[in-house]
Design a binder for this molecule. Sequence first.
Ligand SMILES: Nc1ncnc2c1ncn2[C@@H]1O[C@H](COP(=O)(O)OP(=O)(O)OP(=O)(O)O)[C@@H](O)[C@H]1O
Ligand SMILES: [Mg+2]
Length: 259
Amino acid sequence: MSKRIELKDLDIYYDKFKAVEGVNMSIDPRSVTAFIGPSGCGKSTVLRSLNRMHEVIPKAWVDGEILLDGDNLYGPGVDPVLVRRQVGMVFQRPNPFPTMSIRENVIAGVRLNNRRISKSDADTLVEKSLTGANLWNEVKDRLDLPGAGLSGGQQQRLCIARAIAVEPEVLLMDEPCSALDPISTLAIEDLIDELKSEYTIVIVTHNMQQASRVSDRTAFFNIAGTGKPGKLIEYNSTKQIFENPVEKQTEDYVSGRFG
Ligand SMILES: Nc1ncnc2c1ncn2[C@@H]1O[C@H](COP(=O)(O)OP(=O)(O)OP(=O)(O)O)[C@@H](O)[C@H]1O
Ligand SMILES: [Mg+2]
């Protein structure tokens, strides 16, 4: 588990609109990479291109290559469903399936992948995934109650349990804490720190403290103006980005002197 991701000359379009231009970067396995930058600069767009969720949007397309340990995710014959199994995603708003129990939510992804699974294997997987998501102790006595009945922070950890149950190589998170209180946010940050020993993690965040707490490397994206494509301005160790950035744009942004 855990693979290197390389983006090569990546341009990302919504129909004729080029939303992101010329991104080149290499993301280490077993590390956390933060994507930061102003609203509309393309962070979510780049993130969604990493598991071929971008093309789910009508007329959305990608030019360039994304390699997962050397294999192009956009190569001919590559099945996007298999890509999404290897590259899991957690969204801004916790989105457990509302009609499913906690247990069913955890194994939902495995079932979607058409893997038949015995009752005892399912029980083992549910416990392992919920333990991995730091949620087991809080829910072990109510696995058959609806996932929607948990608190927001618990729901987000349930979604992380669902994502890791399919044993992906990479975990993408798009502002996973923006709907959570500070305590739940710290719980998710601790979890991210634990998960990085097994996964390649990419997290989009507007919270500078969060980026500096959880990530090893930070990518700063920016946009030159409305209608212009977003670009990767600087990609470096998180320490360097926040303490001694190379680009003036980065410095202005991380010090709050933006706009
Ligand atoms: N479904 C879509 N259809 C058309 N254009 C889109 C779509 N989603 C995003 N865009 C455009 O692509 C550009 C990048 O948007 P994106 O959502 O990636 O920005 P972001 O950096 O994630 O912003 P935020 O911080 O507000 O989440 C914006 O100009 C946006 O309007
Ligand atoms: Mg976004």
